[in-house]
Design a binder for this molecule. Structure first.
Ligand code: CA
Length: 230
């Protein structure tokens, strides 16, 4: 059975474009123009993913996301927020609502599908996936092996965890502190610039394979992994 995605967007043209794109990739979808309609739809069907517009008439997408993430019945449903706000700081703020990912309008259909696939994979495999492929990089979580352009890359455990985190959370900006939380765990005594050091090492190790540009610096915010080349 194909996954069902709930689209909550008040602009009919965008809603239509989203539905068309998802259907073209084999997804089923349900449309809602506001939070009330979304709640009605969720009364009969639990979506596998929600694409949620930030700015909606009535209850905002941000408030709806918070509400869904607070309710144990709906907290596991992945949410991708759609927003017209461009600033990277707003993106980071948006993620604090509990949304699983964030897409800024206007976005390409390719970007949309890449994010949808990544979020679904994370949500429905518990995050521990065997082999993940992004661009020229292949990462095997079971064997801890990394291939770039089909050639093995030797990574230290920290660099492996960092790359694993990035590759399972692509197209999203993380602050140094968020990376410390996610990759280093208990980091009370680790300084933020440690992240920069490991990013530099990781880039250097990926450089011979032409993959160093996948790890992007987002000025004054942090880092993002992207294997999409426009
Ligand atoms: Ca809107």
């Amino acid at each position: 059975m194909s996954a069902n995605i709930l689209i909550v967007e008040d602009e009919p043209a965008i809603r239509q474009m989203l539905g068309f794109t998802l259907a073209g990739d084999g997804y089923q979808f349900t449309e809602a123009g506001d939070v009330e309609q979304a709640q009605q739809a969720m009364g009969t069907l639990t979506p596998d993913l929600i694409l949620l517009d930030w700015m909606l008439p009535g209850i905002s997408g941000v408030d709806f996301a918070r509400r869904l993430k607070r309710d144990p019945k709906t907290s596991a449903i992945p949410i991708i927020m759609l927003t017209a706000r461009g600033s990277e700081n707003d993106k980071v703020k948006g993620l604090d609502t509990g949304a699983d990912d964030f897409i800024t309008k206007p976005f390409s259909t390719r970007e949309l599908l890449a994010r949808v696939r990544a979020v679904m994979r994370r949500a429905h495999t518990g995050g521990e996936q065997e082999v993940i492929e992004m661009g020229a990089i292949k990462l095997d979580s079971q064997t801890h092996r990394v291939l770039a352009n089909n050639r093995p890359v030797e990574l230290s455990p920290t660099e492996f965890r960092l790359l694993q985190f990035f590759i399972t959370h692509p197209e999203r900006v993380y602050s140094r502190n968020q990376l410390l939380d996610s990759v280093w765990g208990n980091h009370a005594y680790i300084e933020e610039r440690t992240v920069d050091v490991h990013i530099r090492r990781l880039r250097k190790l990926l450089e011979p394979y032409g993959c160093e540009a996948y790890i992007q610096t987002v000025r004054s915010v942090g880092y993002r992994f992207s294997a999409l080349t426009e």
